[in-house]
Design a protein around this ligand. Structure first.
Ligand code: THU
Length: 148
């Protein structure tokens, strides 16, 4: 395999990605839930982006760790997420919430791998029948009406 050949799925270095998520988790601002979260993502150019949850006295305003991670992705040059992991304060793998699955869909797409307690899973498995940018196209077939 040449140096710049596409990496097989098994090449994701989950321990390194998890270590980055744990480091990010230590920066969390979670005084209301006392549930610090760290997220780390592998971009398609090989860089690792991270985020932590940032809560707010107005509870719904709080940001999940994945929000910070996606912000880091865009800020640091963009690209696509190919693998993501999220951890709690114990460093244990946690599942991304529903809203964050939508975020990951936008910036990773169907083939992005997410580490779950059951092992790596695709975003297609975590968010089936997802709404994505293509659905904004008025000519997209999924916008057809259902005939009763
Ligand atoms: N949280 C995340 O950061 N990501 C998730 O995917 C699940 C939940 C945060 C939000 C809130 O600050 C805390 O965990 C408790 O829900």
């Amino acid at each position: 395999m040449t140096a710049d050949a596409p990496q097989p799925r098994s090449a994701v270095d989950w321990p390194t990605l998890t270590a980055a998520a744990i480091e990010a988790m230590h920066s969390a601002y979670a005084p209301y839930s006392d549930y610090p979260v760290g997220a780390a993502g592998l971009a398609d150019d090989g860089r690792i982006v991270t985020g932590c949850n940032v809560e707010n006295a107005s509870y719904p305003v709080g940001l999940c760790a994945e929000c910070g991670m996606v912000s880091d992705l865009i800020r640091s040059g963009g690209g696509r997420l190919t693998a993501v992991t999220c951890v709690d304060r114990a460093g244990t793998t946690i599942l991304p919430c529903g809203r964050c699955r939508q975020l990951l869909w936008e910036h990773g797409g169907p083939d992005c791998l997410v580490l779950t307690p059951q092992g790596p899973m695709t975003m297609t498995a975590l968010l089936p029948l997802a709404f994505g940018p293509e659905h904004l196209d008025p000519n997209h077939p999924a916008r057809g009406t259902i005939t009763p």
